[in-house]
Design a protein around this ligand. Structure first.
Ligand SMILES: Cc1cc2nc3c(=O)[nH]c(=O)nc-3n(C[C@H](O)[C@H](O)[C@H](O)COP(=O)(O)OP(=O)(O)OC[C@H]3O[C@@H](n4cnc5c(N)ncnc54)[C@H](O)[C@@H]3O)c2cc1C
Length: 248
C-alpha cells in the first residue's frame, strides 16, 4: 500500500500572531512552528495501516526549508520517506493543492491522507482540491477508517450523527480529531529521523487565484463597563443598551 500524507508547517496554537512587515502574512520571528495537529492524525493513521497491511508511508510538505522540521517530525513518528516541495512566496490553497497533486501524479499513491484543516489559514480546501486535480473521490472529517478489498469504509463526523461511507481506492481522506491517538516519536525514532534524507523537489509553479490584500488583527475588545449593582443598575443598563449599544 503506497500512502501519501500531506503535512503543513504551522505556528503552534500558543502563538500570539504578529502581522509581518508586508502586512499580509504572519511575522515568523519568535514563532514556534509545529506539524499541523490535524496532520498528526493523518500520519498516525498511515502508520497504523502500514503496520496492518504493509506498504510505504511518504510525508509531503510544500513550503520553504523550514518545513523540513515538520517532515522530520513525521519521519520520527515512523514515516518511511519525506518530500519537501520547495516553494516560497505567495501560494493560495489552490496553488498549494495543485503543486502537491502534480507530485502525486508521479507517485501514484493508493491512499492520500490530509488533515481536516491547516490551523494557520483554516481554508479546509487543500484535501478536496487535491482530489479534484487527481480526479479522485475524497472523504472529509473522518473519525474512523477501515480498509478491505480495495475499498475504505469511513465514519464521518456530522452534526448529531456519524455518516458511514464506502469509497474505492485510490482516494483522499481528511482526518478529524478523534481518528486516532497520534504516537509520540520515540528517542530512537527521533535519532533515526535526523539521519533520514529529505528529498527536495521544486514545487510545480502554479499561480494563486486568491490574492491576500491584508492581514489585520481584530479590533481590541472594549473593556466591560460596570453600571452599578442590583435592580438600581437596570435603568442605566437599559439606557446604555438603547443609546450606546443600540441593541434595544
Ligand atoms: C508565505 C505565505 C504566503 C501565502 N500567500 C497566500 C496568498 O497569496 N493567497 C492565499 O489565499 N493564501 C496564501 N497563503 C496561505 C496558504 O495558502 C495556506 O497556508 C495554505 O494553503 C494552507 O492552508 P489552507 O488553510 O489552505 O489549508 P487547509 O485546506 O485548511 O489544509 C488542509 C490540509 O491540507 C494539507 N496542507 C495544507 N497546506 C499544506 C502544505 N503547504 N504542505 C502540505 N500539506 C498541506 C494538510 O494536510 C492540511 O491539514 C500564504 C501562506 C504563506 C505561508
Amino acid at each position: 500500500m503506497k500512502i501519501a500524507v500531506c503535512v503543513s508547517h504551522v505556528p503552534d496554537t500558543e502563538t500570539k500572531v504578529k502581522v509581518g512587515s508586508d502586512g499580509k502574512t504572519i511575522d515568523p520571528a519568535g514563532v514556534n512552528y509545529v506539524l499541523n495537529p490535524y496532520d498528526e492524525f493523518g500520519v498516525e493513521e498511515a502508520l497504523k495501516i502500514r503496520e496492518k497491511d504493509g506498504g510505504e508511508v511518504v510525508a509531503i510538505s510544500l513550503g520553504g526549508d523550514a518545513n523540513k522540521e515538520t517532515l522530520r517530525k513525521a519521519l520520527a513518528m515512523g514515516a518511511d520517506k519525506a518530500v519537501l516541495l520547495k516553494g516560497d512566496g505567495e501560494r493560495d490553497s489552490y496553488a498549494v493543492a495543485k503543486s502537491i497533486a502534480e507530485y502525486l501524479k508521479s507517485y501514484e499513491p493508493d491512499l492520500i491522507l490530509v488533515g481536516k484543516q491547516s490551523i494557520d489559514y483554516d481554508n479546509l480546501q487543500v484535501g478536496g482540491l487535491i482530489a479534484e486535480f487527481l480526479d479522485l473521490p475524497s472523504v472529509s472529517v473522518v473519525v474512523k477508517l477501515e480498509i478491505a478489498g480495495g475499498k475504505i469504509t469511513a465514519e464521518r463526523e456530522i452534526e448529531g450523527a456519524h455518516e458511514h461511507v464506502e469509497v474505492t481506492l485510490p482516494c483522499v481522506v481528511a482526518a478529524q480529531r478523534g481518528l486516532n491517538e497520534p504516537r509520540y516519536p520515540s528517542l530512537k525514532g527521533i535519532m533515526q529521523a535526523k539521519k533520514k534524507p529529505i528529498e527536495v523537489l521544486d514545487a510545480a509553479p502554479v499561480e494563486s487565484r486568491v490574492k491576500v490584500l491584508a492581514m489585520k488583527k481584530p479590533p481590541k475588545k472594549q473593556p466591560g463597563k460596570i453600571v452599578g449593582e442590583g435592580t438600581d443598575a437596570v435603568p442605566e443598563l437599559v439606557r446604555l443598551l438603547r443609546e450606546e449599544a443600540k441593541v434595544i
